[in-house]
Ligand binder design. Structure first.
Ligand code: SAM
Length: 225
């Protein structure tokens, strides 16, 4: 099965338990990181914002709360978008949700002042193509993603602990492979300077920087033209 198909089916399958598992797994930390991402992406009062791989819409709703008026959010999992729409309806939100692939964004060039991707970029099949798409449609892009801690001893401890901790959650999620995938993909995904190198190679963003979170368990990347 191609990676994209595997990922889409996996997120469709775990969509109903995704939010609660996020809170349990990260012990609420993902909320702090997502708040930080949403604030950065709207720090210059950006209005036209695109949230990619939105899942159930966390980042899109945070950005709406921060005052942006024109927010579009996409995900290629129809089940995730269904849940996001339900949340939006209950909250009276004006976020426009749609099923789309981050590697083929259905928007004209420069449609958005700001784009965000939270815990989604690691999953795309063709990473260079997805980065090109972000740089085509937005003036600035903000990416939150897991990575490898910078200190090798901490990294060893962290991935060791995850291996003990996660099988329980694989069981609860109903997809035994979902959280194995999370560990292996986080450990192998390029982080820090390596990810900036990819942005340099595949986009026309000029100003690139990153901030490690909790010693590099996760990173926020900022890319501006
Ligand atoms: C770990 S979830 C993150 C959801 C949300 N952004 C968050 O931070 O909670 C990853 C999401 O990326 C979506 N996704 C993965 N690859 C994608 C792609 N190529 N295009 C659009 N969405 C994608 C999945 O369907 C899933 O909803």
């Amino acid at each position: 099965m191609p990676k994209a198909e595997f990922i889409k089916t996996m997120f469709d399958d775990i969509s109903g338990r995704y939010d609660i598992l996020n809170d349990i797994l990260s012990m609420g930390t993902h909320r702090l990181w997502k708040n930080k991402l949403a604030k950065l992406a709207t720090s210059e009062n950006e209005n036209r914002v695109l949230d990619c791989a939105t899942g159930t819409g966390d980042i899109a709703f945070l950005i709406e709360k921060l005052g942006s008026h024109s927010i579009t959010a996409i995900d290629f999992s129809p089940q995730m978008i269904k849940l996001a729409l339900k949340r939006g309806e209950a909250a009276g939100s004006k976020v426009k949700f749609q099923v789309s692939d981050l590697s083929a964004l259905p928007f004209p060039d420069k449609s958005f002042e700001s784009a965000t991707v939270s815990f989604g970029i690691r999953n795309v099949e063709d990473l260079p193509l997805a980065l090109k798409e972000l740089s085509r449609v937005s003036s600035s892009t903000y990416i939150l993603e897991f990575g490898r801690p910078e200190n090798s001893f901490f990294s060893f401890l962290y991935f060791g602990l995850l291996k003990i901790y996660f099988p329980v959650f694989s069981f609860i999620s109903g997809r035994g492979d979902a959280y194995d995938y999370l560990i292996t993909s986080s450990a192998s995904f390029p982080s820090g300077e390596n990810f900036l190198d990819l942005l340099k190679q595949h986009t026309d963003f000029k100003h690139l920087s990153f901030t490690p979170l909790f010693g590099g368990i996760a990173y926020i990347y900022q890319a501006k033209k």
